[in-house]
Design a binder for this molecule. Structure first.
Ligand code: HEM
Length: 136
């Protein structure tokens, strides 16, 4: 009889580790750059999105249980407070959430349990950033 504990994969590993997360993040910013539906959100960001691609991939990787490099490099940085000065509207918050849902879907993970969980959390965070309820 096999008495070993079942191997538990972190959400990070379940969605493909560093490569999987980078693919989702790249698709997210490609959509933001290419689809006029996200023009307002795009306009809030710096012209050069390279640093943001690395930062979001680093943050999400650590958040999902992968390497904590982004958190080590940004001790005590709170995502919610960091966005506090950005004047995020319900519209731009919705664009963020919708672009991220599409990015997961375009990477073949529309119904992946980790994608569903993460997108639900993003919706809550983005709603908090815009001081609104995105489900309402
Ligand atoms: C609610 C809609 C959101 C808007 C409009 C928004 C907008 C922005 C903007 C304008 C920046 C600065 C980018 C630049 O300097 O070019 C930024 C940075 C960042 N955002 Fe958001 N954001 C939103 C939601 C989120 C959420 C939900 C997360 C995480 C789950 C997130 C993660 C990040 C990260 C990791 C950075 C870079 C932090 C750093 O390394 O300095 N954002 N965001």
């Amino acid at each position: 009889m096999d008495t070993s504990a079942p191997e538990l994969l972190s959400p990070y590993d379940q969605i493909g580790g560093a490569d999987g997360i980078r693919r989702i993040v790249d698709r997210f910013y490609d959509l933001m750059e290419q689809d006029p539906a996200y023009a307002e959100l795009r306009a809030m960001h710096a012209d050069e999105l390279g640093p943001m691609r690395a930062a979001l991939a680093g943050f999400l990787g650590g958040w999902a249980g992968g390497p904590r490099d982004w958190f080590d490099a940004n001790p005590g940085k709170c995502m919610m407070s960091m966005h506090g000065g950005l004047a995020i509207t319900p519209g731009t918050a919705r664009q963020w959430v919708q672009a991220m849902e599409r990015a997961f879907a375009d990477c073949g993970m529309a119904d992946h349990p980790v994608a569903l969980l993460m997108n639900e959390r993003f919706r809550m965070m983005a709603g908090g950033m815009a001081a609104t309820d995105l489900d309402g």
